[in-house]
Ligand binder design. Structure first.
Ligand code: NAP
Length: 282
């Protein structure tokens, strides 16, 4: 079994991006600027936002985090997004999810200028992805596609099963694999005979949020297994949706947690922001 080392590839991609950023600043006078909007005190969100900021700064970007209390009104957030949309010095806008209950997530995502929507969650960008002409795309599945490419894994003609149908991972993942000519099945919590279905897959992507849910009975001999899950076990340790030790002798390629999909997500977010900045020179 070969480990798909997302940590290593992410570092490589970020180093390339730092060079491209230096050139964009020098030649065009454009410094990519990523604004992250954080509402409330969700501890996991605080960690994600700090990691994104650190990575953005290391790439040579301007990074701004706008922090608001959990009781921020929906109207205030929408008018703030309007200001950021108008601000030509801002290239990427990311609203950290989840949002407090009084704020409707769909309205907020639709309020971001699609060109600055570096998470790729705006319905415009979802449509562009599904019609085969992507503009900004969700970073997690994009990072997985980059990992497959790096290791010479071509999805064309392969059977792919994606477990999980969220808008941020499962659905865009399925579309990206389809665009790469895989034959794709999307599974979810109502899927019957899940292990049997999964064990037919050449490429198995698991994004469900259940620690070590996937064992060897889900995995075909020689399959590529991608673990998106980030869960805490009873000791507070970060674990994936896949039981790495239990499937490592069956899979041909496997992503670890941590060090697999997670670091790729951040690298791809930076790439999206760089692209949004570079697009403004046209
Ligand atoms: P989500 O919105 O909660 O969606 C979970 C999906 O899994 C749903 O479609 C659900 O089915 C399905 N599911 C849940 N239990 C299942 C079961 N027992 N059998 C089959 N399907 C099941 O989660 P998400 O946002 O996609 O995230 C999934 C996991 O990936 C989480 O652990 C999250 O922390 C992690 N994540 C990691 C990264 C990264 O960068 N590494 C990025 C994003 C997310 P239904 O639709 O039927 O409810």
């Amino acid at each position: 079994m070969q480990v798909l080392n997302g940590k290593e590839l992410a570092l490589k991609k970020r180093a390339v991006l730092a060079e491209k950023t230096a050139a964009l600043i020098k030649e065009q006078g454009i410094r990519p600027c990523l604004v992250v909007v954080l509402v409330g005190e969700n501890p996991a969100s605080q960690v994600y936002v700090r990691n994104k900021e650190k990575a953005a700064v290391e790439a040579g970007f301007e990074s701004r985090i706008l922090r608001y209390p959990a009781d921020l009104s929906e109207d205030k957030l929408l008018s703030l997004l309007d200001e950021l949309n108008q601000d030509t010095s801002v290239h990427g806008i990311l609203v950290q999810l989840p949002l407090p209950a009084q704020i409707r997530e769909d309205l907020v995502l639709e309020a971001i200028d699609p060109a600055k929507d570096v998470d790729g969650f705006h319905p415009f960008n979802v449509g562009r992805l599904w019609t085969g002409d992507p503009l900004r795309v969700p970073s997690t599945p994009a990072g997985i596609m980059a990992l497959l490419e790096e290791y010479g894994i071509n999805p064309a003609g392969k059977k792919a099963v994606v477990i999980g149908r969220s808008n941020i991972v499962g659905k865009p993942m399925a579309e990206m694999l389809l665009a790469a000519d895989a034959t794709v099945t999307i599974a979810h919590s109502k899927t019957e005979n899940l292990a049997q279905l999964a064990s037919d897959a050449d490429i198995l992507v698991v994004a469900i949020g259940r620690g070590h849910f996937v064992g060897p009975d889900f995995v075909k001999e020689g399959a590529v297994v991608i673990d998106v899950g980030m869960n805490r076990n009873d000791e507070g340790k970060l674990i994936g949706d896949v039981d790495f030790e239990a499937v490592k002798n069956k899979a041909a390629f496997l992503t670890p947690v941590p060090g697999g999909v997670g670091p790729m997500t951040i690298a791809m977010l930076l790439e999206q922001t760089f692209q949004a900045a570079a697009d403004t020179k046209d």
